[in-house]
Design a protein around this ligand. Structure first.
Ligand code: HAM
Length: 438
């Protein structure tokens, strides 16, 4: 029954030896967004399917081929979120967050689901960190979110290339769509079935079709930058000028169209050369018009999301050293029931003082316990047996050099605010500072 012992294709377990890296990264991204005044929002894993059809767009690969959609027991069409923007906007509209206190700045960490062909860096369940900055059309907002990514990558030592483009607004895009139709119509018969349909409805989507033939036909296609209206060109010009001013390097890539329908004007991606084909570690852009389209006020917005799996891959590839988990300060071993209870008591006191401490829960031999203490990397260890209980003292061993300190086991307990002293009695200073700084 492999189905019971193997997770579904495209899913990934985060095992205990890896999870501290995730925790580190999640904290890091939230620390940086807080510096920019963004606050966390948490949204449901599933939404009404219609929300994604309307926002991500019903001619996109995501909606047409990749969504996990099902009918619930009440007969509603439900979809596991393929991304975070739509749900975030739905929530902001539903809860009236788009009132006077603009801009609204929200950030999220979430799982997302897309039925894609799995490969390195491409999963069916993956995780995104993203932000949305709502309520301002200014190029300053575009540069603010890009700056945040640049700062985060800088602090993590991630080297990634920023590529930007403008895909205009509905007004200027109409002419461009027509030019694309003309370009692709010449080889219409060779297009994949989805693209034949997209040719009339939304030819922009042909540019990010994954079929190799459609990609090849798209090679010489006209680019949106040549069709920008005055307002969009001016906006893009200001974004570039501001990026220059804040000294964030970028390249203009006229081929970026993004895989989601809601974008207008600025779109951008950060590309890493270290992780193979799935090299886009962050993608985003402006989506003026979307909030209104979803039934909210007519407000602009911009945001981005990054794939956390890809960020972790990039960090690993660059040899990033994740801060270690809290180390084990002391292993308090024991032989026999009475000693085991005493060891549990001392271990508990150490833990209340904020030290990571461990004791035996397996009934192991002394030898096996010491082996385990070594495996844990415990800085100090102690074994309590009958004779230690009788004498009321035990030897605390400093694992690094084998030196030993005698500890009184009957020292006053629960001395207010000083449990370590209660345990280690007059050796407090020596032991506590060694535990902390060793
Ligand atoms: P997206 O480009 O579809 O944009 O996804 C953002 C990032 O999520 C990608 O750059 C990539 O790092 C990661 N990603 C996407 N699909 C997968 C996958 N199958 N496996 C692993 N990682 C993946 C959005 O989702 C937009 N909501 C971003 C945004 C926010 N735009 C404005 N606000």
């Amino acid at each position: 029954m492999a189905i019971l012992t193997k997770g579904p294709r495209g899913t990934q377990d985060v095992l205990p030896e890896e999870s501290y890296k995730w925790k580190y990264l999640e904290k890091k991204v939230m620390d940086v967004v807080n510096l920019y005044g963004f606050r966390e929002i948490r949204i449901p894993t599933f939404e009404h399917t219609e929300l994604f059809n309307r926002s991500v767009g019903d001619t996109t690969d995501v909606v047409q081929k990749e969504m996990y959609t099902f009918t619930d027991k009440g007969g509603r069409s439900i979809t596991l979120r393929p991304e975070g923007t739509a749900g975030t906007l739905r929530s902001a509209i539903e809860h009236g967050l788009l009132g006077d206190a603009l801009p609204l700045k929200v950030a999220y960490l979430l799982s997302a689901f897309r039925y894609e062909k799995p490969q390195a860096g491409r999963l069916r369940e993956f995780h995104q960190f993203g932000v949305e900055l709502l309520g301002t059309p200014s190029p300053a907002a575009d540069v603010e979110v890009i700056s945040m990514v640049a700062q985060l990558f800088g602090e993590l030592g991630i080297e990634a290339r920023l590529e930007i483009n403008s895909i205009g607004c509905p007004t200027c895009r109409a002419k461009y769509q027509q030019a694309l139709r003309e370009h692709f119509s010449a080889r219409k018969e060779e297009l994949c079935d989805s693209c034949k349909d997209r040719l009339e409805r939304n030819p922009l989507r042909l540019l990010d079709c994954k079929s190799p033939v459609c990609q090849e036909i798209g090679q010489g296609a006209p680019v949106m930058l040549d069709f920008l209206c005055e307002e969009c060109a001016e906006h893009f010009g200001q974004v570039k000028a501001r990026l220059d001013e804040v000294e964030i390097p970028y390249v203009i890539n006229p081929k970026i169209v993004r895989g989601l329908d809601y974008y207008v004007k600025t779109v951008f991606e950060f590309i890493s050369d270290q992780i193979g084909a799935q090299s886009t570690i962050c993608g985003g852009g402006r989506y003026d018009g979307l909030i209104q389209q979803l039934g909210g006020p007519d407000l602009p917005g911009i945001g981005f999301a990054m794939g956390l799996e890809r960020i972790l891959m990039t960090l690993e590839a660059s040899g990033f050293r994740f801060p270690e988990e809290k180390e084990c300060s002391a292993y308090i071993g024991s032989i026999g029931d009475k000693a085991s209870a005493k060891a549990a008591l001392l271990t508990g006191q150490l833990r209340k003082e904020g030290f990571r401490a461990e004791c035996d829960t397996m009934g192991r031999s002394v030898k096996a316990q010491m082996k385990y203490a070594n495996k844990l990397g415990a800085r100090f260890s102690m074994i309590i047996g009958d004779s230690e209980l009788e004498q009321g003292t035990a030897k605390l061993k400093k694992m690094a050099d084998g030196s030993v300190i005698d500890i009184r086991l009957d020292a006053a307990r629960n001395e207010p605010g000083n449990l370590v002293k209660a345990i280690f009695d007059d050796r407090l200073q020596e032991v506590a500072s060694a535990l902390k700084t060793e």
